[in-house]
Design a protein around this ligand. Sequence first.
Ligand code: F6R
Length: 261
Amino acid sequence: MAAPGQSSQSATDQPEKLYLPQMTTYPDEGTVGQAAADLVAEKLRLKPASVLLLPTGRTPLPMYARLVARWRAERPDLSPVQTFNLDEFYGLPPDHPGSYRTYMRRVLFDHLPVPSDNYHLLNGAAADPTEECRAYEAKIEAAGGVDLAVLGIGANGHIGFNEPGSTLASRTRLVTIEPTTRAANAFLFDQRLDAVPQTALTVGIATILASRQVLLLVTGPSKAVALTHLLTGPVSPDFPASFLRLHPQVTILADREASSS
Ligand code: F6R
């Protein structure tokens, strides 16, 4: 047994306590989005002052569309909820068309009565990124910690912008974005790869794992190998999403294409 506060490693250099995420497979990305929206809405129904950690990218778009439709119809009081985004490009002004802040406004916040003080994103134009990241961690803590983290996954195993090499202890910080991840984000920049920033601010692996519950969305054939790696591969910084197996409350919603490897 390892001393309290230390991670214990087995003879195979794997942590002793790994959890099996609870996984459900759906026919397609639309039904994954519906199930994810139902889960988020239920969370907020049970705890209106929930703190959410939210992703951008293509995967959560069906979830956001369904949340908007549902909340516009049901009109719940969204004023107690607090949201934090996982990451933001560094070197872009917040209102840049390619920024994640712009994405979040376009797909969610502009359609709902969420007070702008209640949603938080890292400032990609911060002059002092270290201080920006420190303050973001402090803000999450002051909000009471994250109740539910919603994540996507990169084909190389990144979560947030925690690219391969990110450690279990990593916190919110400035990182370099891998070329394949930049290419996957070119859709936000009119497919101009050279316009995608080289660096980003991201919450860390430790920040994500401190969330009380994690919901991982995995859709499309390009994620099948990553999903298998996450479920069966070694837990290692080489594949940062593998660290999710150290968390006891991870739910994976996958579509058939992503589950077929
Ligand atoms: C974005 C984020 C990333 C994405 C990942 C998958 O905020 O956290 O980790 O979830 O790059 O992106 P998509 O969904 O576009 O395949």
